[in-house]
Design a protein around this ligand. Structure first.
Ligand SMILES: [Zn+2]
Length: 197
């Protein structure tokens, strides 16, 4: 069952991937915002990449994130960073959970600042990201129930019983191999047969 948190992050990431986040540069091009500059650091253009990875707040955030969670942002390119982050050779699944939650939080912090709300101090925001990422990770990868291990024990066969263990593998070209172990009260036969059809 999908939880609210998981859905929110998924929807957010879909918007990131499809470039649907309304950064000021985007709104400026659409004549909704009079200027495109970043209200936080004064950079000329507030692009999504800028808010999440380049702005002074973002840089502080990722620095703190590295200290607190040990997760370091991989080298990313401005034109393909969102899809690159989903590649296993770019970052591990656990790091990805933290990074995506971090990016989500940075966007939320930016919106809060825009609406005049006091943002969280960076350190507190990172702590929250760490907890959110942890929760998300647990949701996506539930721990398998611990089943107490019962070690199989060898038991002598009852008298007059014959046990036959049989296994085999067959290939598309018609070849294959199989093996069998026959056991009566004492070990009797073990063998392999090749080139079965
Ligand atoms: Zn900025």
């Amino acid at each position: 069952m999908e939880t609210g948190l998981e859905t929110k992050v998924k929807v957010f990431w879909w918007r990131v991937l499809h470039d649907y986040l309304p950064a000021r540069k985007v709104l400026h091009v659409r004549h909704i915002e009079p200027t495109a500059h970043c209200e936080t650091c004064g950079a000329d253009e507030e692009l999504v990449w800028h808010v999440l990875l380049e702005c002074t707040v973002a840089r502080m955030f990722w620095e703190q994130a590295k200290k607190i969670t040990g997760v370091k942002l991989p080298c990313l390119r401005p034109d393909s960073w969102a899809s690159d982050l989903l590649q296993d050779n770019v970052c591990s699944r656990k790091d990805r959970a933290v990074i995506i939650c971090g990016i989500w939080s940075l966007w939320m912090l930016r919106n809060r600042r825009r609406h005049g709300e006091a943002g969280l101090p960076i350190r507190q925001a990172v702590m929250r990201v760490r907890d959110t990422a942890y929760d998300l990770w647990q949701l996506l990868h539930p721990q398998k129930e611990q089943v107490p291990k019962v070690l199989p024990r060898w038991k002598p066969l009852e008298e007059d019983w014959i046990e036959c263990n049989f296994d085999g593998a067959f290939y598309l070209d018609g070849s294959g191999a199989t093996g069998a172990v026959l056991r009566v009260t004492i070990w009797l036969f073990s063998g392999r047969f090749g080139e079965m059809v």
